[in-house]
Structures are given as C-alpha cells and as structure tokens.
Write a protein that binds this ligand. Sequence first.
Ligand code: NAD
Ligand code: UDX
Length: 466
Amino acid sequence: MKIKSICCIGAGYVGGPTMAVIAQKCPHIKVTVVDVNASRVASWNAKDLTQLPVFEPGLDEVVKEARGRNLFFSTAIEQAIDQADMIFISVNTPTKTYGKGKGMAADLKYIELCARQIAKVAKQDKIVVEKSTLPVRTAEAIKNILNNTGNGVQFQILSNPEFLAEGTAVQDLLNPDRVLIGGDTTKEGQGAIQALVDIYAHWVPQDRILTTNVWSSELSKLTANAFLAQRVSSINAMSAICEQSGADVNEVAKAIGMDSRIGSKFLKTSVGFGGSCFQKDILNLVYIAKSYGLNEVADYWEQVILINEHQKNRFSDKIVSTLYNTVSGKKITFLGWAFKKDTNDSRESAAIKVADNLLNELAHLTVYDPKVTEERIYGDLEYLNSRSEEENRELLTVGKDPYEACKDAHAIAVLTEWDEFTTYDWEQIYESMNKPAFVFDGRGILDTESLEAIGFTCYTIGKGSK
Ligand code: NAD
Ligand code: UDX
C-alpha cells in the first residue's frame, strides 16, 4: 500500500516534531497533525516561528520548509482521519490519577477516545500506528474497538514507539539509532509494516529499521526507558557515596564508561532525572509486573524511582544544612527549571520537587530559566497542591534576567544544565549576593575552582571534599 495521506492525532512534543520530519522527508505525502487543543494548534500555525509550542533546536527550520506545503496543523480531527491512509496516535498517556492503578498504571482514556473516533469516522481501510508509549498488549484493546464497528472497514494496527529525546528531537528523528515497527504476522500485517518501512526508508538506512511483532515492540519502548533511567539512578546512587568518600563521580563515570561493555552515555550525575517519560514508563512497567504477580521484578524497577526521589531530596537537604539549617526568609535563586537543557518542557523536572521542599522550609525562591514560561512554573507548583496558589506566588518569583534574579541571594542552585549558565560573569554575580555566597551545582557544569577563587562556597553533586 502506497501512503499518500497521513493524519497524526496529538500535536505535542512527539506528534509535532515527528510529523514535521516525516513531511520534510516525504514531500509527496500530505501530513495533517490534529489536536483537540485549539490554542496549541494555533501556535503550530503561528507565523512567528519562535512561537511554536515546542522549543527544539532546528525544529523551526523543518516546520518552515514543510508547513503549508504538505504539513498542516488543524483541529478538524474527523476530516483528517477520514482522508488519511495511515493514522498515527500520538496522544498523551499519563500516569493514572484515579481508580485502579492510580499513581502507577498508564491512563489510556485518550488512546481509547482516539480509537473510538477513528472507528466512527473511517469509511475506508486504514493503518493505525501507535506512536504513544503504551503498556504491552494495548494494541489488542485498540483492535477490539476498531474491529467492532460493523461497517466492514479493515484496520491494521502497528506499534511504532518513538525514541526521540527532548532537546535533541530533530537530530534524533533525522538520524535515529533505530526505528522499531511492530505488526501482525499475517499477510495484511506484513503489508502494513512494509508501508511504514517505506516511509522511514526515505531517510533512514534499511538496516536501522527493525520489524517485529506488536507485543515485542510495545515492550521494547518501556524497556529502553527503564534501562536508561536505571543508569542515571545508578550513577546518582554512586554520587552519594562519592560525596561521603572523597571520590569524584565524574572520574568514576569516566573510568567505568571506558569499559566498552558499560559505555559512556547516560552516566552524568544530576539532581535527578525528570521529563514526561522515565518516571511514568517505569511506574507503568512496575504496574504491569505486579499485575502478572511478578512482585520481585516490580520492586527491582521501582527502586530506580526511589533513588531518583532520594537524589532530589538529598539536594534540597544539602542546601538547608549548608545554610546553617535554616532557609526561612532567605533568597535562593534557581538557575534552570526545565528537566534538561534545550527544551521548554518542565514535566517531572527535578526543580519542582527541590523547590517544593525548600518552600516547605519557607525559603524565598527566584527562578530563572531561559525557556520555561512563568505560567508553567507556577502551574507545576500548583499541580502539587502543597500550598495555596497565593502562597506559591508570595514565596516564589520568576526572574526575567539572570543577574537580577541572583541579586541579594544567599545561594544559587543550578537545576538545569543550560550552556549559558557557564558563560555568566560570576564575579558580578558574587558582588551582588549576600555573603557568604553559596553555589549548589546540581548538574556539575560550573568551574568550581574559579568560583571558589572569586569567593563562593561551592557544593557540586557527586564531588567529595578533598
Ligand atoms: P503531549 O502532552 O505533549 O501531547 C499530546 C497531545 O495530544 C496534546 O496536545 C493533547 O491535547 C492531544 N490529545 C489528547 N487526546 C486527544 C484526542 N482524543 N484527540 C486529539 N488530540 C488529543 O505528549 P507527548 O510528550 O507528545 O507524548 C505523547 C506520547 O508519546 C506519550 O505516550 C509519551 O509517552 C510518548 N513519548 C514522549 C516522548 C517525549 O519526549 N515527550 C518521547 C517518546 C515517546
Ligand atoms: C527519554 C529517552 O532518552 C528517549 O529515548 C525517550 O523517547 C523519551 O524519554 P527525554 O526524557 O526527553 O528522553 O530526555 P533524556 O535525555 O533521556 O533525559 C531524561 C532525564 O534524565 C533528564 O532530566 C536528564 O537531565 C536526565 N539525565 C540524562 C541525567 O541526569 N544524566 C544522564 O546521563 C542522562
């Protein structure tokens, strides 16, 4: 089957960039990205490309090339479904906040809504592609809904999980380590797989396109995220031992990373991993393991999250204990709120938990982040429900200028590894602060020797005192 028209349901961090790259690389395919969120769609259509709802290096150029040519963003969901040969489902699959599996299982209500909408609208055979990260065997539920319409339309369900990381999404999409496609072993299933392979083959070498059955594909995505997060928790666990023992976690990471069996990536210690995927997907894995009665397996993976929580708490505890066991009324400036650099996304960012802990101690926080909006920062705190909206706004302010944000602070905490933080005039910052002036580097990006020469007292995560 030659695909001429694609619809993607969900214009978020995955749907937007993924479809923009497909449209760029396949100018002969009409790609329509639809969403129920009209303001998000309007931002994707904004003339001013700095207003795109997702900030990703290089994304503006891709959108500029394809938008209006064969890439469209729209709220006309039914029309786009009707016209498409292939439909990607790229909606959010957050952790359930109610009912059975609350706080663990993936909430599949948006996925089910999509399946029902496709079932209602489709008049011709279609290939439905799961792009969202889903629990193993979700395709079965989608299939049940789609196969019971009674209108004779045939659907093929494929699993095509997305492995892009935020901040490098465009590069990851243009040059993926692999593309994974799962489908049925039947003739029709294989035909659907081939149709999707043909799309990726426009720019991805054939040997990097893996095909498999649906269940292996679904489970591979959860497994990949669990393994990646596990590495971060492992090095973060070692960071605590380094601090106590006088070792330097960066040296340890370098030494072990040179072992080709271990490898050097994902060994950067931090204040804790964040992002919309790691925690959600591991919780989901834990839930699946428990539902199969595999309690030891569930406990094993849950530990990755517990260490991550510990790391965030350890960082805020360190700030409090260093500032003479009280931060009440003291100004502490956060450099960074995003869960990593080069994104405006702050979902599950470590900064949120560290801020919440310090606000519980009545610290006065000022946050400066180059890309995360003020609205989002307050939204993140309000979501926790730890205190009233007014209290959050009284205790925390959002700075527009880093130097202004650091003025009169007792301490600066680096929560995100934005490159610009290393280029600041740290002497000027030191002069404007309360003394003694402290820096807590939760990302290990600052040159602490120079900072100490200026007069700062520094703590770097994972670095023991000499
Ligand atoms: P997101 O919240 O940024 O975007 C999802 C979009 O879907 C939202 O704009 C929402 O309005 C829309 N939506 C929800 N239900 C809808 C419906 N019924 N009809 C139309 N639109 C609907 O989420 P995201 O970060 O893009 O993640 C999407 C999926 O991809 C998740 O399953 C996630 O686990 C997975 N994933 C995310 C990343 C990442 O880096 N963010 C990477 C790989 C995989
Ligand atoms: C992750 C996966 O990498 C990606 O393949 C998947 O598709 C979605 O989830 P993402 O969450 O966007 O991507 O970013 P990632 O680079 O994995 O970072 C996640 C978190 O771990 C960030 O908070 C980051 O700062 C932290 N991290 C990562 C570390 O603390 N140390 C590291 O060495 C790597």
